[in-house]
Design a protein around this ligand. Sequence first.
Ligand SMILES: Nc1ncnc2c1ncn2[C@@H]1O[C@H](COP(=O)(O)OP(=O)(O)OP(=O)(O)O)[C@@H](O)[C@H]1O
Ligand SMILES: [Mg+2]
Length: 287
Amino acid sequence: MSEVKIRNLSYKYPTGNDEVLRDINLDIEKGKLYALVGVNGGGKTTLCNVIRGFIPHFYKGDLHGDVLIDGIDIRNWDTSEISQKVGFVFQNPFTQISGVKETVFDEIAFGLENLGIEVSVIEKRVQDIIKLLGIEYLQDKNPNQLSGGQKQRVALASIIVMEPDILVIDEPTSQLDPQGTEEIFKAIDIMKQKGKTIILVEHKIELIAEYADYIVVLQDGQIKKQGKAEELLANEDTQNYGVELTQYTQLNLQMRKHNMKTDKIPVTEDESIKVMKQWLALKGVKT
Ligand SMILES: Nc1ncnc2c1ncn2[C@@H]1O[C@H](COP(=O)(O)OP(=O)(O)OP(=O)(O)O)[C@@H](O)[C@H]1O
Ligand SMILES: [Mg+2]
C-alpha cells in the first residue's frame, strides 16, 4: 500500500480564479525519496501543502479528488496527528523559526517539549540531530540572529528531531552555498536510510540525480512526467518541461550527436565516469 495516495486531485485557492492543481495522480511509496521539480508557480508548494494536510485544514478553497495518508482520507485526519505523521520544512526558513526560544538548542527542542516528552530524552535527541547536521557551533546562538542558510539548517533539524514518518521539504537549500547544500543532502540521505519517506522540492538537478528515487515534474498544476530518476533524467524530452538535465547527461547527449555512443546515458558523476571508461575500453583506450 502506498503511504500517500493521490487520485484525481484538483485544487483552487479561495482567493484564486483557476485551479492550481489539476488531475493529480500520484503514489508515494514508503522509504523512497521523491523530488518535485518544475517551473516557478507550477504547484510544487501547493502539492506539499496538500500532502501535509494544510490544504484543506487551514487553506479552504475547492479540493476535489482523494488524498489518502496511510489509507485515511486527508479530510479525516486530526490536524495534530497529521503534523506528527508528516514533518514539513518551509520554503522560506524565516517562517519556521518559532521566535520564542533564545538558543538554537531550545528551538530544536521546542516541538518535542510540546509533546510532553521527558527532558533527558529530549536533550539526547536534540544533541543527536545537532551532531547529525554538524551545527554544534550554532547551538547556543539566538535563532533570530542566524543567517538564512543557518536558519535553514535549524529549521530542518527542528523537524527531523520529531521523527515523522514522512518528511516534506520545500527547497531546503535555496539559501545555502554548495557545502551547506551538500550537508543538507547528507542529512536527508540519512533520513532515507532510516526508512523515512521524503518529498523534496529542489532545483539543484545534480543532487536530485544523486539522491532521488523518483521525480515528479509539475507545470501549470499538472504532473507532466513522473518516473524513476535515472530514466526521467536520461530523457531529453524532460527538458521541455523546464527541467534541466545534469551536466553529465548533457555532455553525453552531445557526444551522441557526434556518434560517440555509450551503452547507457549517465545522470550522475559516478555513472558518467563508469560509462566513459567502458566506452574508452571498447575503443581500445587504456585509462
Ligand atoms: N495562498 C495562495 N493563494 C492563492 N494563490 C496561490 C497561493 N499560493 C500559491 N498560489 C498560486 O498557486 C500557483 C502555484 O503556486 P505554488 O507556490 O504552489 O508553485 P511552486 O511550484 O511552489 O512555485 P515556486 O517554484 O515559485 O516555489 C501559482 O499560480 C500561485 O500564484
Ligand atoms: Mg514553491
